[in-house]
Design a protein around this ligand. Sequence first.
Ligand code: PLP
Length: 371
Amino acid sequence: MRSYLDHNATSPLRPEARAAMIAALDAGGNASSVHREGQLARSVVETARAQVAALVGASADMVTFTSGGTEANALALKGAGVERLVISAIEHPSVIETARAAGAEVHVAPVTAEGVLDLDRLDRVLARDKRRCLVSVMMANNETGIVQPLAQVVELARQHQALVHTDAVQGAGKTPIAWPILGVDMMSLSGHKLGAAQGVGALVARDGLTLTPLIEGGGQEKKRRAGTENICGIAGFGAAADAARVRDEAARLTVLRDRFEAGLVDLAPDAVIFGAGLERLANTSCFAVPGLTAQLLVIALDLDGVAVSSGSACSSGKVGRSHVLQAMGVAQDLAAGAIRVSLGWSTREVDIERALAALKTVIERSARRAA
Ligand code: PLP
């Protein structure tokens, strides 16, 4: 038996998503064809579009399916055709690197030591220049789970006539989202963070927004994203979004996360929990135990059947320096020990107890070595 506590990397496939994907694979058909098989495929895509829209309180016609969160971020940042891009220092690399490559002037707004966007600095950056601007701030950070002040970002952006995009890849399905209240112009989503398969996502964009496609060809997705739709992936995304909306698990996950953090502090009273006391995603705990490296902890836990990530693991799987913790001013030796435990729909109490038992073994072993 293994305990998978790395939902922020990829959440295991939900049974509802699996069933919807198998049904879509068996049905076949191209959603652009006029015959019955084509119409069935079209109805799978449109059902999923409505399900994804419902998760964030948007309407179905605002949803453009993409190959994932990375492509949704790229469509937002490059497609908006602005002259200036303002991003936060803790964005996912898919926003940071896309901004650099977009051909616009890029400003990086800092975060406070607590890991929250510095709104005064954002205000000053926006006031400096009146050219067409897009502000991109994530809903919640993937490493720490710290929720960003989006309502205030939208307010400031409106004062300066800037557009707002939010990368809600980690927020969606973990925190309730009401599109009309949020007031952003665009929002990125990713299927595999919700329990769908990898390789499918969406950009939600408000009515009337002009977006230049990244991929040209056929007229799919209202000419915003050419290419025959990934019907199987889209069907799973819709089913996972529906399950996440119907079974809001924030309260259950908060109890499990708090139990984990209480147990951690019992084992290591000097443990630092990043963002403790701040508004965080219910499922995420990012911490470091002084003196223990992330590599040691990740490997020891893995050998004991518990899957977690290093807080600074990059896409190559190597442990690098976390730009998020660096932006928060966390000392390098402490940041080098950062571990991310992220829970989700499949997490049970037994997983938390197993993680704590495994941590106990490593902490006691290293204390014996140090003695
Ligand atoms: N944005 C955030 C905040 C993420 O955590 C991730 C994935 O780790 C992405 C974007 C990229 O999403 P995808 O893997 O679907 O391309």
